[in-house]
Design a binder for this molecule. Structure first.
Ligand SMILES: NC(=O)c1ccc[n+]([C@@H]2O[C@H](COP(=O)([O-])OP(=O)(O)OC[C@H]3O[C@@H](n4cnc5c(N)ncnc54)[C@H](O)[C@@H]3O)[C@@H](O)[C@H]2O)c1
Length: 411
């Protein structure tokens, strides 16, 4: 029986999905260092991790037979993706599963900043009764500027309109405006009209420092600012200055350029102890529901890869969304170096051994190619052996009765 090792406690809902896909699931609660991981991977086909386990080239070299790695989280920086692809090891993550959680936190903070909720709360806890409407506003009728109209920005747009906010957004890519949201032609235009500015752009290197003194000075006097995207995008020293001089009325910040490694570690930031500034320890996506969604999503993707060869939303292999087949007896899933002539050679080899090819699909991603071939005849064992031995072969898997129904559960 194939074996799945799950580290760092992904949601338990992952286990039955993997069991139905034919894996014996073994769990280890914590992250593992390189040597311990190499030891623990003996006899393992599938590795599941979160962000605390580094999967280096050395680990992959020790276990090149791994079939797949499931990152039960959003980021995949902890995995050497290229090294995995070169060994035909598929990597899956959960890019969208926590986006609603981020949206809900942003909504809560937009209201909290606009009502100066944490200022009132702190005063009460300090024993001061200070009942006033000064500086407190409804969000209804105010303008929310969303910078980055992707998975999170678009959902926030819809929820914010339901609260009566006017929504403007700016995105460098062409995006469909949802509801009554209005797209601005530039970031400066958005900043000039927004009562609340919220950042939801991705972390591409070019975005480093994208929001600095110039952008803060283009904001409306008294506007509020939120960043729940990436810490390195924003000049927080200038944000501090603008909070203290009153030109920014409040801020909510969930992400920082240097975040402590573990719980209980000290947290230093120029944004500490400022009025109407809400600081959270990168918990935008951290809810029980998001963890459950991630468990379902990643386990489902792995199950489909194991049983049907589907690389739908794989991080490091060409993405092929493969249907189950009623008539194919075998599916040959073949990861190879993307060099000219490989497909022709594979098909010639199958033809020479009398294989009846029912369907075939090819995808390429940079140096990697992935071809999936459905066969309705007897398995051409000699052809399979010959293709396995080809110079450009990275991984060949033979799947019997591809795509059994158990593999269809992924969200
Ligand atoms: N705080 C958390 O816990 C948490 C959780 C999940 C995601 N995130 C972060 O939230 C951000 C958004 O996530 P997403 O899933 O919506 O990403 P996404 O990739 O779906 O959307 C990002 C959008 O930003 C746009 N964009 C990129 N650079 C831009 C720029 N300079 N100006 C304007 N638009 C720009 C892109 O075109 C895209 O539409 C990411 O940085 C992600 O890492 C944080």
């Amino acid at each position: 029986m194939a074996r799945a090792l799950l580290l760092e406690n992904p949601h338990p809902d992952a286990d039955p999905i993997l069991s139905r896909a034919g894996f014996e699931v073994v769990r280890h609660p914590g992250a593992l260092g390189e040597d311990d991981l190499i030891e623990a991977l003996a006899g393992v086909d599938l590795l599941g991790i979160r962000s605390g386990t580094q999967v280096t080239e050395r680990v992959l070299d020790a276990h090149p037979g791994l079939t797949a790695i499931g990152a039960f989280c959003i980021g995949t920086n902890q995995i050497d993706l290229r090294a995995a692809a070169r060994r035909g090891i598929a990597v899956f993550n959960a890019p969208f599963s926590n986006t609603r959680s981020v949206v809900e936190l942003a909504v809560a903070e937009i209201i909290a900043l606009t009502r100066r909720l944490t200022v009132r709360d702190k005063a009460m806890h300090a024993g001061t009764w200070d009942k006033t409407s000064s500086g407190s506003h409804e969000v209804r009728g105010r303008t929310l500027g969303i910078v980055g109209y992707g998975n999170i920005g678009t959902q926030l747009s819809v929820v914010a309109e339901a609260l009566g906010l006017r929504v403007v957004f700016y995105d460098t890519a062409e995006k469909l405006a949802l509801g009554n949201a209005h797209r601005t032609g530039s970031l400066a235009e958005l900043l000039a009209v927004s009562d609340i500015v919220t950042l939801h752009v991705d972390g591409r290197p070019g975005n480093a420092g994208m929001f600095d003194r110039r952008q803060f000075e283009q904001m409306k006097h008294g506007a509020a600012f939120l960043n729940l995207s990436r810490g390195f995008l924003v000049d927080y020293a200038t944000l501090r200055e603008k909070i203290l001089d009153g030109s920014i009325s409040g801020a909510a910040v969930d992400v920082f350029p240097n975040e402590p490694r573990g719980n209980g570690d000290p947290f230093e930031s120029e944004l500490r102890n400022l009025p109407n500034v809400i600081l959270t320890p990168h918990v935008g996506g951290s809810t029980q529901e998001a963890q459950e969604n991630i468990g379902h999503f990643v386990a489902g993707k792995i199950a489909k890869y194991a049983n049907a060869g589907s690389t739908d939303l794989a991080v490091n292999l060409p993405r092929l969304s493969l249907p189950a087949s009623d008539s194919a007896r075998y599916r040959i899933a073949f990861v190879h170096r993307n060099t000219p002539g490989v497909l022709a050679l594979v098909n010639q080899t199958f033809a020479e051994h009398g294989a009846n090819i029912e369907g075939q699909i090819l995808g390429t991603l940079g140096e990697i190619g992935y071809v999936v071939t459905d066969i309705s005849s007897e398995l051409p064992r000699e052809a399979v052996a010959a293709v396995s031995e080809m110079e450009d072969t990275l991984r060949l898997r033979v799947l019997a009765r591809p795509g059994s129904s158990d593999a269809d559960e992924d969200e």
